[in-house]
Design a protein around this ligand. Structure first.
Ligand code: ADP
Length: 516
């Protein structure tokens, strides 16, 4: 802290006014100064000089008056005389500091010595102006104090801003860290010299190593295994471009993306490699294209059959009369019916897929009513094949928590199969009862049964048993796939028990309406 104005020749205060040729306007105050001195001459002299300089000045004769003024209004500067009638400057300074004011303080005293200066400094004085002082000294010190105050404020604001940005940076850093750590994709960051600077737990898992043990190792070393050769090569000849390619490890496929990161001057500082397991995506894509191939085949064969029948009829190759063609036309109609059913089933499947897991609003359904309705649908077929229907519904079974349309569709498919794959004169059974808080509905038949090796595939799309007994039975292999999806989306499950040549039982378990 500078101690200004060593003892030098004082300029009498009265002469100050004469020397001040410039009279300032009262436009805007340069700052507020409180002068605390018991000497009237000093107080009013300081007051007049600083007022002329554009400051707002208040005077206090005693320590008590000074504190009262400071409690009343804010000041930028307090000029404090060392010797006051009711207290000394240091005690007053202490009291000012206790108030935690945003104020600059300057001791003015005729008893300036180094001890006083040290004591005042300890109390946190900002400046020291020994008496007597010249108007220039006073003005200079006041200006300096105002400047210091501004600087102190700016420094505090800068500090606050810096702390805030440090905090933001720290939280951004920790967010980035937890983001990278929790990523399912493996992430490896390599610097310009090919050294690993970051590896996330997924990367550690992929390489079967602790991710921290990978740090600072050459990427070429940790990626030495054969499946990673394309990554090593890509890093070796990296051109600063984004590169995307696939690698294989056993039966898994991965997508690798190499992205350069740059300095502010656009120099490549290193690469970020993300390795994502795309096996499931690939499997789904394969399944989808297999599905489409089968679907095209399912469309082509009945259309081909109908076309040949129409050709025979149009060529009149069996004569002019309609009679000989009737069995053929009947067959064409059946194939077209099959096609219509196929389209209906495909639409149902795609509707279920589009609706996904979303819960549709529905009223819990009375299963007995739906069972009756579906049996009615098959009445003709049942009679034609002399099939007996046995229905056993546990009395008072509460409503089932499934949309009525879904229950209808799945019963149409299961009862339809029990009719289709039955032997003439056989039985179709429908039992419903309560089991462990769920509804269990069994659809039983006494027909062809299913071969044991085919049971695991029975719910796959387009799966049909290829047996001589089933060869002439119409179908497209989508019914059970639809049933399974409908049951599962109502949080239920389906099971099948079957013995070849004896018959099958399909059991569905569905939640009951929780309100009854
Ligand atoms: P679709 O009956 O149209 O062929 P599904 O998906 O309903 O299609 O059934 C798939 C296959 O499961 C059938 O082709 C048949 O081989 C077998 N299957 C289904 N239900 C029965 C059943 N009740 N008895 C014997 N086999 C059945």
């Amino acid at each position: 802290m500078p101690i200004c104005g060593q003892q030098r020749k004082a300029v009498p205060i009265v002469s100050v006014f004469l020397r001040l040729s410039r009279v300032k306007g009262l436009a805007m105050s340069k700052g507020k100064v409180l002068v605390i001195d018991d000497e009237y001459g000093i107080r009013s002299g300081v007051d007049q000089i600083l007022t002329l300089e554009g400051y707002e000045v208040a005077e206090a004769e005693t320590g008590k008056e000074a504190l009262a003024a400071l409690d009343r209004e804010p000041f930028d500067i307090a000029l404090i005389d060392y010797r006051l009638p009711d207290t000394d400057g240091l005690t007053l300074l202490q009291n000012i500091r206790k108030r935690n004011l945003d104020i600059m303080t300057c001791m003015i005293t005729a008893y300036a010595n180094i001890e006083t200066a040290i004591a005042a400094t300890r109390q946190g004085i900002d400046f020291f102006l020994p008496k007597p002082f010249s108007p220039e000294d006073l003005i200079g010190v006041t200006e300096t104090l105002i400047r210091h105050k501004l600087l102190r404020k700016e420094a505090e604001e800068l500090k606050k801003a810096h702390e805030a940005s440090l905090l933001a940076l720290a939280s951004e850093k920790s967010q980035t860290h937890s983001l990278v750590t929790s990523l399912r994709d493996a992430v490896l960051v390599v610097n310009r010299t090919g050294e690993v600077v970051l590896a996330n737990p997924a990367m550690g898992k992929l390489l079967r190593k602790e991710e921290d043990s990978l740090l600072r190792k050459p990427a070429a070393e940790i990626l030495a295994a054969e499946p990673f050769a394309p990554i090593r090569a890509a890093l070796g000849q990296a051109t600063g471009e984004n590169t995307v390619f696939e690698i294989e490890m056993g039966d898994q496929q991965f997508m690798v993306s190499l992205t350069p990161f740059h300095s502010e001057r656009r120099e490549v500082l290193g690469y970020i490699a993300t390795i994502s397991d795309i096996s499931e995506v690939r499997r789904l894509a394969l399944e989808k294209s297999r599905f489409i191939r089968t679907m095209i085949h399912e469309f082509r064969s009945p259309m081909g059959a109908v076309k040949s029948i129409l050709e025979v009829a149009l060529d009149k190759s069996m004569g002019d009369g309609l009679e000989p063609y009737l069995p053929l036309l009947d067959r064409a109609e059946k194939r077209l019916d099959g096609l219509v059913e196929l389209i209906g089933n495909l639409l149902s499947l795609s509707k279920i897929e589009a609706e996904g897991k979303k819960k549709v609003a529905f009223e819990p359904v009375d299963a007995s009513a739906v069972v009756k309705e579906v049996i009615e649908l098959y009445r003709e077929k049942l009679q034609a094949r002399n099939l007996r229907v046995e229905v056993q519904m546990e009395p008072g079974i509460p409503r089932i928590a499934i949309p009525a349309d879904d229950l209808r569709t799945l019963l149409v498919n299961l009862i339809g199969n029990a009719v289709k794959y039955n032997r003439d004169g056989g039985t179709v059974g429908i039992q419903a009862n309560r089991l462990d808080g769920k509804a269990r509905i069994d659809v039983t038949d006494t027909g062809l049964g299913i071969q044991a090796q085919n049971l695991p595939h029975i719910f796959d799309e387009f799966f049909r048993e290829k047996r001589k007994e089933t060869r002439d039975i119409e179908g497209n292999g989508l019914g059970l796939a639809i049933v399974k999806r409908l049951v599962e989306r109502s949080s239920g499950k389906i099971e099948v028990q079957s013995t070849e040549g004896v018959g099958s039982t399909f059991s569905i378990y569905l939640p009951l309406n929780p309100l009854r």
